[in-house]
Design a protein around this ligand. Structure first.
Ligand SMILES: NC(=O)c1ccc[n+]([C@@H]2O[C@H](COP(=O)([O-])OP(=O)(O)OC[C@H]3O[C@@H](n4cnc5c(N)ncnc54)[C@H](O)[C@@H]3O)[C@@H](O)[C@H]2O)c1
Length: 359
């Protein structure tokens, strides 16, 4: 049940309401029920975890690309075996959520039998929050590295034209009885969604997040979005990391690479051509499972016991803040800015789709 409208600017939806709305819109766009449920879950999970730059707010963009014929709402996905535990997958321009979720599922199957499973995916599209796929593997008891390339956002180090993506690097390891490791990070100082959000909300951004079209450091998010570039973490190291993701996900899989992955908001002449590199492994390949669980628990204890830096209230595992937020939002609902949901409300009304209470 929704907490209904908080005030004029905000509304709180519970998970089922948000997923129901997303699912109805995706079904209306031609997704089969199973696939619509997967995509709706991925989008709402980002909102639950506070990664709202990659949640429901993005749905109009995906629906628009489906309507333009750039995303196939119902691709038939067939895994081609390369080795007993290695496969390639043509995503056939399906929604990245569906392609990646099915690929992780297939990789889990191979890892269950053979210890690890590796899948190279081509012809996919933007898959949102990478942590979704880590959690999918972790929930099944597996460790995973789930990588994607992305549309150009930053230059190679020393250049000034965007080429490599904000491609998130994501690795997850389960820790039964403790806090799992869920590292999901863009190699840019921030993801482009955060800059887009700041521009939408009329907020300035800190220096060091991006350059304007002339290659100058700027605090104006609109200047970054208008022909500027994002800056990598750690200078050449972050730029190298993004290049690594482009090589693993693009060059090696047969997906687009080297600046050719299409921007979902700018390129409407062809599908995106995103690639993913998905590795799932049994965490107990080298030691018994109970020993691994004990060692992960021990690691978390040691991390938490580290003396705190000035100004730090707590020490968190990667993904822990998001997990706590998810628990809170599952209990109390997800707060949305009405302005962010307005395009979805319009689409639902136009399609005769019932809206959750309060919207
Ligand atoms: N699909 C795509 O093409 C694409 C592109 C870019 C970003 N994204 C997504 O955008 C999201 C945001 O990326 P981001 O780089 O801005 O993430 P972020 O900077 O918010 O977090 C990066 C990592 O740091 C961890 N972290 C943050 N604060 C912490 C703390 N105080 N203690 C311990 N760990 C902490 C987080 O848990 C996370 O694992 C990600 O989910 C990413 O997958 C997707």
């Amino acid at each position: 049940m929704s907490d209904s409208a908080d005030d004029k600017g905000q509304v709180t939806l519970d998970r089922a309401e948000a997923e129901g709305l997303a699912m109805a819109l995706l079904r209306a766009a031609g997704l089969p029920a199973d696939d619509a449920a997967i995509a709706a879950r991925c989008l709402v999970r980002a909102d639950l975890r506070g990664v709202d730059t990659h949640g429901m707010i993005r749905l109009p963009g995906y629906l628009d690309r489906i309507a333009k014929g750039l995303v196939d709402p119902a691709p038939k996905l067939d895994f081609e075996a390369v080795a007993p535990n290695v496969a390639r997958l043509d995503g056939k321009n399906g929604l990245g959520f569906v392609v990646a979720t099915r690929a992780v599922d297939h990789a889990i199957g191979m890892a269950r039998e053979l210890g690890l499973g590796l899948i190279g995916v081509r012809n996919s599209t933007h898959y949102g929050m990478a942590a979704t796929y880590l959690l999918q593997a972790i929930d099944a008891g597996f460790a995973a590295m789930v990588l994607t390339n992305a549309s150009p956002a930053m230059p190679p180090w020393g250049g000034r034209a965007e080429m490599f993506g904000t491609s998130p690097f994501a690795v997850g390891v389960p820790a039964p009885g403790s806090v799992p490791f869920v590292l999901d990070m863009a190699p840019t100082v921030v993801a482009r969604g955060k800059i887009r959000k700041a521009a939408r909300e009329g907020r300035m951004i800190p220096e060091g997040w991006g350059l304007d079209a002339e290659g100058r450091n700027t605090t104006d998010p609109a200047a970054v979005m208008a022909g500027g570039v994002l800056l990598p973490i750690g200078g050449p190291k972050g730029a190298g990391l993004s290049m690594m993701l482009d090589i693993l996900c693009g060059v090696l899989t047969g997906a687009r690479y080297g600046g050719e992955v299409g921007d979902q908001y700018k390129r409407f002449d062809r599908p995106q051509g995103v690639g993913h590199f998905i590795l799932v492994m049994r965490p107990d390949l080298f030691l018994p499972a109970d020993e691994i669980a004990a060692r992960m628990g021990d690691l978390v204890t040691r991390v938490k016991a580290n003396p705190k830096a000035a100004g730090a209230d707590d020490i968190f595992m990667p993904g822990e803040i998001e997990a706590r937020r998810e628990a809170a939002r599952l209990a109390h609902g997800i707060p949305y800015a009405r302005a962010d949901l307005a395009p979805l409300v319009d689409l639902a009304r136009a399609g005769g789709i019932a809206l959750p209470k309060g919207l």
